[in-house]
Design a protein around this ligand. Structure first.
Ligand code: URA
Length: 237
């Protein structure tokens, strides 16, 4: 990879800024001064320094966010605020994108990365990564609904969902709180499944993807990097 691209990717400014750094004599590769922006380097075997500081080359980055309401799961939008805009600009050079989507009014666990393989490991239907949701429902969810969801429920467009695990966490009057585990991710799936049994989702939060649970210490809109172990949960399976 070209040295100017590497340094720009690692957050040392634009290609133009990096050119200035190179001209200033700030950059060394294996201790040798490098001024040529076109010089190719292998960051895994050559030591690159800027003003003596070693450049830790990390091609990929992974975040978990507690997505707040009112922002959309996209990289850019003319009108709406996107989840990517909530990430500090120091990470802008990573070309981040959200892994899958949560609706604008859904909160909770959203993964954000620039690693296409990680995205694929989570999103490919063949990988069967379960997603767990907590929903507040207007209406009384019943034991009958548990059976219906376990057998697959027919949605309004004729699609029959894969078997899903429904737990009724609480019920009071017309309101129910449920936990729903899905092994697929159709558009508005939770809301449409609940609508198919005649009730309405009023609030929806995703709390788990595969083995990874939402970090309870994250405020709405906050995010943190995944640990190495958390990343491997998905890349190894
Ligand atoms: N199902 C929904 O209906 N909405 C979401 O955001 C996620 C799953």
């Amino acid at each position: 990879m070209r040295i100017d691209k590497l340094l720009a990717n690692m957050g040392y400014g634009s290609r133009k800024d990096v050119k200035i750094l190179l001209k200033q004599g700030a950059v060394r590769v294996d201790e040798a001064l490098v001024k040529d922006a076109k010089r190719h380097v292998d960051p895994s075997s050559e030591k690159v320094t800027v003003f003596g500081e070693v450049v830790e080359y990390r091609p990929y980055i992974y975040f978990m966010m507690n997505k707040p309401e009112g922002v959309i799961s996209a990289t850019e939008d003319q009108v709406e605020t996107t989840v990517i805009e909530l990430i500090d600009s120091e990470y802008a050079h990573y070309d981040l994108f959200p892994v899958g989507r949560l609706d604008k009014d859904t909160t909770g666990l959203l993964l954000i990365t620039n690693d296409g393989a990680f995205n694929h490991a989570l999103m490919s239907p063949r990988k069967h990564v379960d997603k767990v949701y907590i929903a507040e429902v207007d209406g009384e969810m019943t034991v009958e609904d548990i059976k219906t969801f376990a057998n697959g429920v027919e949605l309004e467009d004729g699609y029959t969902t894969k078997p899903a695990r429904l737990e009724i966490l609480s019920r009071s009057g017309r309101r129910s709180v449920i936990r729903l585990t899905l092994s697929e991710g159709k558009y508005h799936q939770v809301k449409r499944m609940v609508a198919a049994v005649g009730k309405h989702v009023e609030r929806l939060e995703r709390v788990q993807i595969g083995e990874l649970e939402l970090d309870e210490t994250l405020e709405l809109g906050a995010y943190r990097e995944l640990t190495e172990e958390e990343v491997q949960l998905f890349l190894q399976s």
